[in-house]
Design a protein around this ligand. Structure first.
Ligand SMILES: [Zn+2]
Length: 480
């Protein structure tokens, strides 16, 4: 398609952050608004990004013994109602199917807001003996939650995710599983997506409905708001009781298994955009970028064939990487440079007539560290080295930013001052009572995000609300 040749400008990231975010998602061709309120279309470029992310997480889940399956989108109301806390937690956001054709259904069907109810119903049929345990099943699917506001990738009525649902013989095994998955999420989100997170336990008030314990990974966005980026729940025996799952143990007695569930969603794409994007558009980490390298021929008419031949040779030399050769003659090289910066391609290779003569190529990393001329013979080695460097640099830069946005407050005054100066994660001592939690939320307009792991506690300090000495610490933040 012929473009007008202008740079696709986006508003400044340091200006209106929400406007910048939406412009980058739209112009970066990740998603668009659907003709249905609250819904988005994930465009091919955005979906390829999701597939790259999926591949890396799916491999980790399979390497730890998990297998994929698929369960129906429609969940009968009676199943959803079986676990009291669960239905209470989700009912405000459930979308219902009430008719099949013109005929009203005798029982409403929920569009799955999560799949514990239907999956545990099937587990009750399948699990009979201790030999059937553990059950380690994951599902990649869509989810519906009736949200009021719409933000592309961050808040939509329908989104994509993976949800793991496991059963175990003991409480310890279920807890180990919940923590193993938390570790996998941290590894995936930090090392592949270059998004640093705080990982740990949610306070009681923020638990998944029906869970005994909920673990979370929380990322900090450049606008000072936390983004919950994945959760892993120890479900105890609550769902096994509600759905009557029993198995015959080795000692010939009937027992109930212990469960977990866990998930990450397409919201992670929002985290990627906000963490790494800039005024030129997206910036995608090499490990998940749909195109890791864009090869752009610099064409003048004369010697074009030689230039294009060299570009094709470059694609061959870069076999094994995801490479886009853009030989479109309707656009100038300059327009393409801007375009691939907008799409966040980590490394650009430019080859013109002079480069062909000199047996070289120009490499331009998206991180702004400057272009470099290399020998063509070294292309693959140089590009691979550059991508490793870009990947490491992206995580280091994000870590540095989040470190600067994380602080501690010993009082409400200090809390408010910190929040005004540098919004971000604020760590406070908290006694654990719901009353004090309510007061902190009320006075600071933040919410509790994640408990500081006990091993990082540094002795007793007064709870910032009631003053009682406590060893507990927790991070508060404003949140998406
Ligand atoms: Zn207190």
């Amino acid at each position: 398609m012929k473009d007008d040749g202008l740079v696709k400008e986006v508003p400044s990231k340091s200006g209106s952050f929400p406007d910048w975010y939406t412009a980058v998602v739209l112009k970066g061709e990740l998603a668009d608004y659907a003709p249905v309120r609250g819904c988005m279309v994930i465009r091919p470029y955005g979906y390829t990004l999701w597939e790259c992310m999926q591949g890396l997480l799916d491999a980790r889940l399979k390497a730890t013994g998990h297998v994929n399956a698929y369960f129906p989108t429609l969940i009968p109301e009676s199943l959803l109602n079986r676990e009291a806390e669960h239905v209470e937690g989700f009912s405000p956001q459930v979308a219902w199917v009430t008719h099949g054709g013109a005929k009203e259904l005798s029982e409403r069907l929920a569009l799955r807001p999560t799949s514990e109810a239907i999956i545990n119903t099937m587990y009750a049929r399948w699990v009979k003996s201790y030999r059937d345990l553990p059950v380690l099943v994951n599902q990649w699917c869509n989810i519906f939650r009736w949200e009021k506001a719409t933000r592309l990738f961050l808040r939509t009525l329908e989104f994509l995710w993976q949800e793991g649902h496991t059963l175990h013989r003991s409480e310890e095994e279920a807890e180990e599983e919940a923590l193993r998955i938390l570790d996998i999420y941290v590894d995936f989100v930090e090392n592949d997506l270059c998004v640093p997170v705080l990982a740990g336990l949610k306070p009681e008030s923020e638990k998944f409905p029906g869970a005994v314990r909920t673990y979370t990974i929380e990322a900090m966005m450049p606008d000072g708001q936390a983004l919950q980026s994945g959760t892993s729940h120890n479900l105890g025996q609550g769902f096994a009781e509600a759905f009557d799952i029993r198995y015959l143990d080795e000692d010939n007695t009937e027992k109930r298994p212990w469960g977990t569930s866990w998930g990450v969603t397409t919201r992670l794409i929002g985290a990627l955009v906000m963490t790494h994007g800039d005024d030129r558009g997206l910036f995608l980490p090499p490990r998940v970028a749909p195109f890791q390298v864009a090869v752009v021929p610099v064409l003048f008419g004369k010697q074009d064939e030689a230039v294009l031949a060299k570009c094709r040779e470059a694609v061959t030399a870069l076999a094994g990487l995801r490479v886009k050769l853009d030989a479109d003659t309707n656009q100038t090289a300059g327009w393409k440079y801007n375009q691939y910066e907008m799409l966040g391609v980590p490394v650009r290779v430019e080859i013109g007539p002079k480069d062909v003569q000199k047996e070289g190529a120009v490499l331009v990393p998206r991180d702004g560290s400057g272009k470099r001329f290399i020998r063509f013979a070294d292309l693959a080695q140089e590009v691979n080295g550059l991508m490793d460097g870009v990947q490491r640099g992206m995580l280091a830069a994000a870590r540095e930013r989040v470190r600067a946005m994380t602080s501690e407050a010993g009082s409400f005054d200090e809390f408010r001052a910190r929040l005004d100066a540098v919004p971000g994660f604020i760590r406070v001592a908290w006694c654990g009572s719901a009353q004090c939690e309510g007061q902190i939320i009320e006075e600071t307009k933040t919410t509790p995000r994640v408990m500081v792991p006990a091993e990082q506690d540094r002795g007793d300090a007064p709870c910032i609300a009631c003053g009682r000495p406590t060893g507990k610490r927790i991070y508060y933040a404003r949140t998406y």
